[in-house]
Design a protein. Sequence first.
Lengths: 430, 398
Amino acid sequence: MKVLMFGWEFPPHIAGGLGTACEGIVKGLAHNGVETLFVMPSASGDEDQSCATILNASDVAVQHVSDTVEAFLDKVKFINVDSNIVPYVDPEEYFEAIERMKREQTRETTVGFGQKFKFSGKYGANLLEEVSRYAQVGGTIAMQHAGEFDVIHAHDWLTYLAGIAAKELSGKPLVVHVHATSFDRGTDDMVDTRVYSIEKRGMEAADRVVTVSDLTRNIVINKYGIDPGKVVTVHNAVDFSGRENLHVERGVHDKVVTFLGRITFQKGPEYFIEAAAKVLKRTRNVRFVMAGSGDMMQRAIRQVARLGISDRFHFTGFLRGQEVQKMFALSDVYIMPSVSEPFGISPLEAMRSNVPSIISHQSGAAEVLKYALKVDFWDVDAMADDIYALLQYPALSDFANRQGFDEVNALKWNNATRKLKKVYESVVNP
Amino acid sequence: MKKSICLYFQVHQPTRLRLYRFFDIGKDSHYYDDFANRTILKRIAQKCYLPMNELLLEAITKSKGKFKLAFSISGSALEQFDRYAPEVIASFRKLAETGNVEFLCETYNHSLSSLVSPQEFAHQVGKHKAAVEQYFGVTPKVFRNTELIYSDAIGKMAFDLGFKTMLTEGARHIMGWKSPNYVYNNDFVEDQKLLLRNYSLSDDIAFRFSDRGWSEWPLTAEKFVDWLHGAEGEIVNLFMDYETFGEHQSPECGIFEFMRALPEFISKDKELEFVTPSRAAAKHKSIGDLSVPQPISWADEERDTSAWLGNELQQDAFNKLYGLEEKLSILNDPALWNDFGHLSESDHVYYMCTKFFSDGEVHKRFNPYDTPYEAFINYMNVLSDFIIRVNNAIAEKQ
C-alpha cells in the first residue's frame, strides 16, 4: 500500500499540532507497512525522511496544465485571496506572519504558470492564495507520480483542494482527515464561510472522511451534512519516544494548577478563572497559572484582577519549546476546560509528565482518556471540586497520576494507523 | 508688592523592574532592571540634570542672588544618583550651597501611601526628610506629595508631620471661579498654606514649548514674561518635571536658551520677583479656605488619582501591596522594607493605566511595557515572590 499524503507542515518546523500529528501518522503507517509520499508546501530539508519521502511543493513547477486541471482551476479561482485568515496560530506568529507577508506580497502574487511558486508553508495573511496554489501543485505532483500511489490522504482544509486536484487527475480514491473544523475555530454564528466551503467540498469529494474524535465526527455529519457511512473516527495518539521528563526545582511551595494553550474562547479560559476563585476561597496553598497567549488574554487578566486573586493567579505569556516541559514539571494539576476541542493533545502530555488532568467532556480526548477527571466546561463548581480534590487527597492524585501515565503511554500511533490502513483498504478495494 | 514667581522642579526616577517570569517566583528575589535603570539615569544625567544644574547655577550667580527656585528629589532618584551618577548629587549640592535653592519634602519612594496608609506615609516622609538632610545639609520645610496629590485630609496629615506649606495642583474642578494665583489655606487647618500650580503657564513650558502646531510657537522669554505680567493675582506657581529640560523638550528646540533668558528677564523686571515656596508662604497671606474633599493631582485631564488607581488591575495590585504593611511592621526587616518601598513607587501602577485615549501620549512616553497587561503580570509576579518572603519571615519569627 502506498499513499500520497498532503500536509501543511512537518517537524521540526511547526506552528501548530498538525505537523506533529502528521509525523506520528507517517511513522505509524511505515510500521504497518504503508509507504508514504508526503507533500508539504515548504520543506526545509531537515525533516526526518526515514519513514516517508518528503516532496517540497515549492520545488515543483506547474507546467502541463491539462484540460481537466484547467477546468478544476476555474473552480478554485474564485477564491478570494486578499483578506487575512489564520487558523490555529498564536498571536506572535500571526503578527510575524502578517509583517512578513506584507514584505513579500508583491513578489508572491506575480508568480504565474510554468513557474515555481514559493510557499511560505505558514498560516499567514495570504493563506487562501497559498491554498489554491497548493492545489495546482498538488495536481501536478499527482500526474508526475502517477502509478506510485494507491490512495490520496489530505490533512485539514488547507490541503483539501490539493487532494481533490490529485484525485481528479489520478483517479485514485481520496481520504480527508479532519483535525479541526471551522466550528472549533469560530463560534456557531461566526464561522469563516470561505473556509467552511472548502472543508465541505473536500469532505464531499472524499471517499472517506477521517475524524480525530466522535465529537468531530458528529460535527462533520451534522454541520457539513456528510453521509455518516463514510465518516470514520481514528483517535489521535502521541509519540513520547525519546522523551525524558524534566526535573525542575520548584521555587514555590504551593501546589500549582496549570492551563496551557491559546487563550481563546474555544479553550474556556474564563471557566478556569472562576473555578480558581472558588478553590482559593477554600484553600490558600495553591497557585494557578495560565500559560499561553491569545485574543482573550486581556479579558482574562481583568477578570483575575476583578476577582482579587492576582497574587495567586499568574500569567506566563506564550511558552516555547523547553518552557512547556518546565511548566508541566512545575504543575500538580493540569486543566483543559475547552468549550470545543476536536481532540486536545495537551492533557496527554501533562499526564505523561505525571500531572493528573481535568478535561472537559467537550473535548475529543475525553473519549479516550479514562483516567482524566472529566467535567462539563461550564460547570465551574464541579471543576473547583475536582481541583480541590486532586490537591487535597493524595490518594486520588497518586492514582490519577499512575494510571494516567500508563494510559497515555498506551496511546500509540501504531494502533491508530492500523485503523487508518483499514480505511485505505476499504477505498482501494471496495 | 512685586508679583511672585515660584519655580519648582520635580526630580524622580522609578526603580524599573526586570522581566520577572512566573518561573522566578520563590527562586530569585532580585527584582530590578539594573541595566535599564543605570542606562536611563546616565542618559538623563547627561542630557538634563548636569547641563541644567550648571545653567541654573550660572543664572543664580549672574542674577546676584535674585533668581530662586525649588527642587524636590525623590528618594528613589537619590538612590540611583548615589549608585550610578554621584556627580549629579554633587551638582545639586552646589546649588544648595548658594542658599537660593530650596529642597522640598515628599514621600521617599514617590508612593501613593497618602491615599491608604497614614503610618506608611509618615514613615516615608520621615525617611525622605532624613535623606535631604544627609545629602544637602538642609531641613525641608515645605511638602509636596507624589504627583501633587492633595486633599484636605492629606494636607492635615502633612501638617501633623510639621509642614505648614504644601504644593498642589490648581485643578479647575476644585478652583471653580477662583484663581490659582493666590495663596490659600487648608480647609481643615487654617495654618497650612497652599501653593497652587498654574497649569496653563506651567504646561506652556513643559508640554507645548516645542509644539510647532501651537499658535504661540515659538515661545520666547520676552513673550512669557509678558504673560506673567498679564496673569492676574499675586503669585504664579510654575511647577513641572525637571526632565522637561533636555529630555522631554530636546535641546534643539531651544529650551536651554529659553531657561537661560527667563531668569535674566525676570530678575531685571520691576514688577516680578522670584520666590522659593517657603518665602512665598511667608510673603503672602491666605485669601481663603480651599475645600478639597477628594484627592486631586497634576496628572492627566481629570487631575485626580485615576491614572494610578483607575482600573481593576491597578486597584488589585495596590491593595495586595498595602495589605502586607501590618506583617512588615511586625517583622521590621530593613531588606523587606526596602523592597516594599520600591514596589510602592507610583510608577508601577501608572504603567498599568488603560486610559489610552486622551492622555495616551504622555502615558506611552514614560512606559517601559508594551501594554498595561504586561505591566500588571510582571508586577504581580514580583509581588508574589515578595509575599512569599514576607510570609516565610513571619513563619520563622513564630
